[in-house]
Design a protein around this ligand. Structure first.
Ligand SMILES: [Cu+2]
Length: 239
């Protein structure tokens, strides 16, 4: 007799692997997005276990046995079943769509606070300009930019590009925004945990696309202000 145990084990292992692979967000917006990751992963795992289980059960239950020389009874169409397997995925997809829309709307609506950083992507680097401060940090291939932001305070990145489409992506934030010429995309972020977070371009933009790393240091407010003063003194202003 075929046991349900292997399927349950497979389902548990898949969930553990998926949970282990999911990045741990360091910002409040990422926490909400992580909730979406979990919801999608659980829905996918349940469906996978159900479908794989039913396939395995059908193969074993209806396998040919010695002496079976005829085809089993054949039947065609079952309206009730067809409506059911149309309705179930539709309800699941609508549910996932609505939860994504609600979370993304909430994340995008967050207040950005007083720190506004203009981010301009270009082939192949980034220009970070702190609004109302005399500070601008530029990266180039082989010379990544390192910027600081205050931990626990809302920061808004206003993202654009000067040539082709790039994408502003910091894995630990679980959110990314395209950098599009002629357009400004807003990304409000509040980093809850001190640390250095690496970012990259996540949209292929040409030969040195791979060489556009940058880092964001989330530091206490006093350290952030000291950093701003130092940068201002360095006169690292726009080219
Ligand atoms: Cu790029």
């Amino acid at each position: 007799m075929w046991s349900r145990r292997p399927i349950a084990l497979l389902g548990t292992c898949s969930l553990v692997v998926v949970a282990g692979c999911a990045p741990q967000p360091v910002n409040s917006q990422g926490e909400q997005v992580k909730g979406l990751y979990d919801l999608f992963s659980i829905a996918a795992a349940v469906i996978f276990v159900l479908v794989a289980g039913l396939i395995a059960w059908s193969i074993l239950r209806y396998r040919a046995r010695p002496g079976d020389n005829d085809l089993p009874d054949q039947f065609h169409s079952n309206v009730k079943l067809e409506i059911l397997w149309f309705a179930i995925p539709t309800v699941i997809v609508i549910g996932l769509f609505v939860s994504s829309a609600v979370v993304l709307d909430r994340v995008n609506d967050e207040s950005g606070g007083q720190t506004i950083i203009d981010v301009e992507a270009f082939q192949w680097g980034w220009r970070f300009t702190y609004e109302d401060e005399d500070v601008s940090v530029i990266s180039s291939p082989g010379d990544p930019a390192a910027i600081s932001v205050p931990v626990g305070e809302p920061v808004t990145f206003v993202i654009t590009a000067s040539d082709v489409v790039h994408s502003f992506y910091i894995t630990d934030f679980l959110i990314k925004r395209d950098a599009i010429p002629g357009r400004e995309n807003r990304l409000p972020i509040t980093i809850d945990k001190e640390g250095t977070y690496g970012g990259r371009c996540a949209e292929f933009c040409g030969l040195l696309h791979y060489d556009m790393p940058f880092t964001i240091d989330a530091v206490p407010v006093d350290e952030y202000e000291t950093w701003l003063d130092e940068q201002s003194a360095l006169g690292q202003t726009d080219e």
